[in-house]
Design a protein around this ligand. Structure first.
Ligand SMILES: [Zn+2]
Length: 314
């Protein structure tokens, strides 16, 4: 869709991905050129709901099969650690029934849901991850297919779910309202919904984006704050929306990661520099204090919980 030029402003605008607002380019952020598809994207900001999103807003599914990002390499090898941003789901689980995990990856979340008593179902676009989910966790109802295809089949067969989760999925969507309406249609009345997105205001977000393309298009299109995420879920018709910040690493994990970084860097240093690496290694508990405090002030992810409408409140 071409950018429109409103009469009252010289700034070109585009329709917001989440609400009826008109967004405009954030001039403080440089356009992103993605080598993957040779496309240049501009970051837009909606003045109504606060969402930031990249334009042109058009997903490119080929990015999920090319192993262009480290996370997918881990998924494919079955070595991805359990996603810590999904932990709050397991603190508040009550009841059981049929669960659907959209973008189930290697099946780690579904496997925990199965252990908690749910009948686990999952879909993912990535065939290699689905193979890991089947082989590593023995999940049978996990398939590589699009949500469109799966939703059409569920509509035909009448299958509905009591719990629907999507961790690290919403930020990939080029039509989040359309995605959430498909989710709502897959749920039973009052179905529990939960998931997570990256916190755009997380500690060291800028450094993170400089070191990796993972938070940029054509991988991630939507950048959420707590308010813009709550606004999207509420506008999509979900009830009892709650958002919490999650994902801060424990102190010991930060120390371990810092030690690994020092060891990696030091491996290419000359032998006379060995004392520097020893010194830095001894200092890692002190150095870890800054990221530990930063991650508590601005954690890496936003966990959300809500429900589809019930008859009494619809
Ligand atoms: Zn908006």
């Amino acid at each position: 869709m071409p950018a429109a030029m409103p009469a009252e402003s010289a700034k070109p605008t585009v329709p917001c991905a989440a609400c009826a607002g008109q967004a405009h380019a954030d001039e403080a952020v440089r356009p992103h050129h993605a080598p993957h598809n040779d496309q240049t994207y501009d970051l837009q900001r909606c003045p109504v709901c606060g969402l930031q999103f990249w334009w042109p807003l058009k997903a490119d599914p080929s990015v999920y099969e090319t192993e262009g990002f480290e996370a997918y390499v881990d998924y494919h090898s079955g070595a991805r650690p359990f996603p810590r941003w999904s932990e709050p789901l397991f603190h508040s689980l009550n009841g059981s029934g049929t669960a659907l995990d959209i973008g189930c990856g290697d099946g780690a979340v579904l496997s925990r849901l199965a252990a908690a008593g749910f009948d686990p179902h999952g879909i993912d676009l990535d065939t290699k991850s689905v193979r890991v989910a089947r082989e590593k966790f023995g999940l049978r109802n996990v398939t590589a297919r699009t949500l469109d295809d799966y939703a059409a089949e569920c509509a035909r067969t009448g299958i509905r779910f009591d719990l629907i989760t999507f961790f690290e999925v919403l930020e990939h969507q080029d039509s989040p309202r359309g995605f959430l309406s498909q989710v709502a249609a897959l749920g039973n009345e009052g179905c529990s919904i939960a998931g997570s997105v990256p916190n755009r205001d997380r500690f060291l977000a800028r450094l993170d984006r400089r070191l990796s393309d993972g938070d940029l298009p054509p991988h991630h299109f939507l950048w959420f704050s707590e308010n813009s995420l709550a606004s999207l879920l509420t506008h999509a018709g979900f009830e009892e929306v709650s958002i919490s910040k999650v994902g801060a690493l424990p102190f010991s994990s930060i120390v371990t990661k810092l030690r690994a970084i020092v060891a990696r860097k030091a491996s290419s240093w000359p032998i006379q520099m060995r004392w520097v690496s020893k010194f830095l290694e001894l200092m890692t508990p002190l150095l870890a204090i800054v990221p530990w405090v930063g991650m508590r002030a601005a954690p890496s992810h936003l966990f959300f919980k809500c429900r589809t409408a019930t008859k009494s409140t619809a």
